[in-house]
Design a protein around this ligand. Structure first.
Ligand code: FDM
Ligand code: MG
Length: 214
């Protein structure tokens, strides 16, 4: 096939509200791949280590004020500055597991009142994930887990608005969106995600190059 003898890596994204278990589950999936001897890299957005990420970090820690539109574009630019290296890793056969991506970008900014499709526009053309695992937690579970810090967005009102935006079908359109009940035991959730990952691995589409997000 297009990839010669080597299969390309897969691109998996974890999405959800704060405290939904994204970090736990994404790291468990990374461990699953590395224990099996499959090349894998874990990453997250925002990537606070780049120059654009440093500005985002200041914004989230309330040390920098920016208009909502400007910070939305910075979050997107933070993905674009990593896009090339993601594609190179996928081509080299490395699976990428990512904690948040463009879906958080849209949900959080739309929750602040920005137009939904305006929010989607700057991410068009980014590498499209092979699977997006959306960890659902209802309000009660969220409240029980919440031990919010003082970063921007870490408050109940914002979380409720983001929860509403994540329900918008425009986020799920044209992507492999997998809803996961995040209120269960972490090993049960991990087992479900693992079998979804193996099913995606069997699909023919994985023989194709990475797709661009539309
Ligand atoms: N966030 C994250 C956004 O507002 N837009 C984005 O594009 C991304 C990737 O940043 F409140 C928000 C979501 C969260 C905050 O993320 C920091 P972490 O995962 O809590 O570090
Ligand atoms: Mg957070």
């Amino acid at each position: 096939p297009i990839w010669g003898s080597a299969q390309r890596g897969l691109f998996f994204v974890f999405e959800g509200l704060d405290r939904s278990g994204k970090s736990t589950q994404s790291k468990k999936l990374e461990e699953y791949f590395s224990k099996a001897g499959r090349p894998v890299k874990w990453t997250c957005f925002p990537n606070r280590k780049t120059p654009i990420g440093a500005a985002i970090d200041l914004y989230l820690r309330r040390q920098l004020e920016l208009p909502d539109e400007a910070v939305h574009r910075l979050f997107s630019a933070n993905r674009w500055e990593m896009a090339q290296s993601i594609v190179e890793d996928l081509r080299a056969g490395t699976t990428i597991i990512c904690d948040r991506y463009a879906f958080s970008g849209v949900a959080y900014s739309a929750a602040k009142g920005l137009d939904f499709s305006w929010c989607q526009a700057p991410d068009r053309g980014l590498p499209c994930p092979d699977g997006i695992f959306f960890l659902h937690i209802d309000e009660k579970v969220g409240a029980a887990r919440s031990n919010f810090g003082d970063e921007r967005y870490e408050n109940a009102e914002m979380q409720a608005r983001v929860r509403g935006q994540f329900k918008d079908p425009r986020l799920r359109a044209n992507v492999n969106w997998q809803d996961v009940n995040g209120a269960r035991d972490m090993e049960v959730i991990h087992a479900e995600i693992r079998s979804a990952v193996e099913a995606i691995r069997q699909e023919d589409q994985v023989q194709l190059p990475w797709q661009q997000c539309s």
